[in-house]
Design a protein around this ligand. Structure first.
Ligand code: SF4
Length: 384
């Protein structure tokens, strides 16, 4: 099947070019602690050998930045750095990577008095100096609070759109056009809506597609497939990442699954996605990355799925996140949320915190809360 791709501009990331009709590049991210040079280099190499066009690595500290310099020596993969709050670390890592990803929603944390435009100018200067591309990566769980305030709280898409379009305009005004954009959410329908809207507004900017916290296979694969089919079949998307909650040795599945989805779409093997309204229980979990502070997280996500199976007919969302960087924000919209620290798992009901529990006590506590929601709903339901 011939898919008419959007006329995006080309953006080079190391040895690979995305946009302008180039093949859709499949990416992944290391989930090993970045400071563990040996493990992270091994995972970057495994992903590279599996066909990853770009491998992303998170850097949150000076120590991570120093490790990345060493990792660079041990892998031929095109590397992208994932920056969160400390945008200034870009200066340390840019010489060792091919792309810098920043999140507009995280820029306000450091140097609060400084306007975001000054910070983006800094990043664009660094990227230009070190031959790096940029990704403006907007995420549902970490939207700029100034943008959120402007819109109805029920409208999660408009603040993200306004934020990303503003950043694109500003980068253009600086003469920095070597960038792509991502708009991610854990709900595949929102991912489709946002990316469609963005592609309409800025058909020239390459898009990196992904469903964040898609979860474990097979559900995580299904959610991602649904979003990608809708977008790629319409010519939207220049690079993809399939985010899966899998143990480290299985991380390369993100590449094989991504390739399989692209191949199926190209061959017209798409499912009819008329309604993905998630009628029943929806377990979302992050794909894990170097920020995971306790590897028990992946097993916990699996146990949550098994333990909650009895509620599968109920429309309830449970989110399981691997760290404190994105966990607290990204669980706000779930009915029940868990985010994992080194020794404790934090439990939430919507945005409200219910306390932190040791790993061996969290499941019964979660069950109590789930039962309470089910009981409350049963009471609300009109009797026959
Ligand atoms: S929630 Fe934390 S551990 Fe999970 S992918 Fe996001 S940053 Fe990584």
């Amino acid at each position: 099947m011939e898919i008419q791709r959007n006329p995006t501009r080309s953006v080079r990331i190391g040895s690979v070019t995305i946009g302008a009709g180039h093949p859709i590049a499949v990416q992944s991210m290391c989930a090993t602690p970045t400071r563990d040079v040996e493990a992270t280099a091994a995972q970057a190499n495994a992903l590279h050998e599996a066909g990853a066009a770009v491998v992303r690595i998170a850097v949150d500290s000076e120590r991570d930045a120093a490790a990345l310099a060493e990792i660079r020596q041990r892998t031929a993969a095109n590397l992208a750095v994932d920056l969160q709050e400390n945008y200034r670390l870009a200066a340390k890592v840019a010489p060792h990577v091919d792309k810098i990803r920043y999140n507009p929603g995280h820029l306000y944390h450091h140097e609060r008095q400084k306007p975001w435009r000054d910070k983006v100018r800094f990043l664009a200067d660094i990227a230009g100096e070190h031959d790096c591309a940029i990704r403006v990566g907007v995420n549902c769980g970490s939207v700029d609070p100034a943008k959120k305030e402007k819109f109805d709280p029920a409208d999660s898409i408009s603040p993200m759109m306004e934020s990303v379009l503003e950043h694109c305009e500003f980068l253009d005004s600086l003469g920095f056009t070597r960038y792509c954009v991502s708009l991610k959410d854990s709900d595949p329908l929102k991912v489709v809506e946002m990316n469609r809207r963005f592609a309409e507004a800025r058909p020239d900017v390459p898009l990196h597609l992904g469903v964040t916290e898609a979860g474990m296979p097979p559900e995580g694969v299904i959610k991602t497939r649904i979003a990608f089919e809708q977008l790629i079949a319409r010519g939207i998307g220049d690079t993809i990442r399939v985010s899966l909650t899998v143990p480290n040795p299985r991380k390369i599945e993100e590449i094989s699954v991504g390739k399989a989805i692209l191949e199926d779409i190209a061959q017209g093997r798409v499912r009819s996605v008329v309604d993905y309204g998630l009628p029943g229980l929806n377990i979302i979990s992050c794909p894990s990355c170097s920020r995971v502070e306790n590897e028990a997280f992946v097993e916990l996500a699996q146990q949550v799925r098994e333990m909650t199976a009895y509620a599968k007919e109920h429309k309830i969302t449970i989110a399981v996140m691997g760290c404190r960087v994105n966990g607290p924000g990204e669980t706000d919209d779930a009915d029940l949320g868990l985010w994992c620290g080194p020794n404790y798992v934090n439990l939430k009901r919507g945005p409200q915190s219910l306390g932190a529990y040791p790993y061996d006590q969290i499941l019964p506590r979660l069950k109590e809360e789930l039962d309470a929601i089910l009981a409350a709903r049963a009471e609300e339901a009109p009797s026959a």
